[in-house]
Design a protein around this ligand. Sequence first.
Ligand SMILES: *[C@@H]1O[C@H](CO)[C@@H](O)[C@H](O)[C@H]1NC(C)=O
Ligand SMILES: *[C@@H]1O[C@H](CO)[C@@H](O)[C@H](O)[C@H]1NC(C)=O
Ligand SMILES: *[C@@H]1O[C@H](CO)[C@@H](O)[C@H](O)[C@H]1NC(C)=O
Length: 350
Amino acid sequence: MADSITKLCLVSVFLLFGLVLQGVAGESLTKQKLNSKILQEEIVKKVNQNPDAGWKAAINDRFSNATVAEFKRLLGVKQTPKKHFLGVPSVSHDRSLKLPKEFDARTAWPQCISIGKILDQGHCGSCWAFGAVESLSDRFCIQFGMNITLSVNDLLACCGFRCGDGCDGGYPIAAWQYFSYSGVVTEECDPYFDNTGCSHPGCEPAYPTPKCLRQCVSGNQLWTESKHYSVSTYTVKSNPQDIMAEIYKNGPVEVSFTVYEDFAHYKSGVYKHITGSNIGGHAVKLIGWGTTDQGEDYWLLANQWNRSWGDDGYFMIRRGTNECGIEDEPVAGLPSTKNVFKDDLLVASV
Ligand SMILES: *[C@@H]1O[C@H](CO)[C@@H](O)[C@H](O)[C@H]1NC(C)=O
Ligand SMILES: *[C@@H]1O[C@H](CO)[C@@H](O)[C@H](O)[C@H]1NC(C)=O
Ligand SMILES: *[C@@H]1O[C@H](CO)[C@@H](O)[C@H](O)[C@H]1NC(C)=O
């Protein structure tokens, strides 16, 4: 009896702890926990047997051998220092704008192949850079009608401490600020996985932050000419209506949210947190929304954990209830014409 009361007390202490520590930063996990496998049959069972879960869990290949520590490393959103938001506008949209009940950026802009690409961040906590670079690439195509893939590596290697700590995590808003003052080269100029180091899924246990070389891998491309800029950096007001309007008008945005253990097991359906500890903060690309046949409103997102995780690399999460903080802090910017139409000008002047 006394024993079970002690246990109960312990459980409530842990629950309290969990609540206090909620938010972008993960809980402090024990060594034993960090060394255990992230994927657990018990979690799969617990989710799949819950009639109210709204989603299906599975042992996703992408993490079949990963420990909690390895998984945690991918969750690279650090608490952003307040000073980064100084002077950053918070954008809202006209309430009279009529929005569709369902929207998918891939079908809205089918000419932009980057929107439907699923990437892989490898073993580096670079999600903060992926969400930003992927959204900006899409926005270049949406605004200027050009297929382009911008470089995560440029941001990761060359933004430095302003963006955080490279593969050990960073700040989504700082990534967008970097696009304004420094620009970002193309993936072709500075690829994420090079042939000299390691390639996915190598680099166990961790992909180190790459060095900043400011040089295109191909000799006949110039770093400065490969730079693509943004003209603005902003957050979007933290409500579904403004977030939807922003995507509808300007394209995908970067969002951050808290990842719990059960999220590693996501396979399909509309995710909401059911079970497991808070592991860390993660950033992804938000590309659309809709409502299921069961009447559940959802957001549609592209992750960068390859296609062997989740629903072919994508996931849906409950919309309108700020699930796991997904609606807290969407960040974006608009692409600039600077440098972009340079080639045309050169051709014209020859
Ligand atoms: C996981 O580990 C097992 C045994 O070491 C190996 O056979 C398998 O290929 C690994 N799976 C992945 C996805 O790396
Ligand atoms: C996804 O994983 C496969 C298999 O490990 C790998 O060959 C491929 O390069 C990965 N995709 C990306 C975008 O890294
Ligand atoms: C992008 O590439 C695809 C496939 O090559 C092509 O169908 C599409 O028209 C291109 N989009 C633009 C905007 O050039």
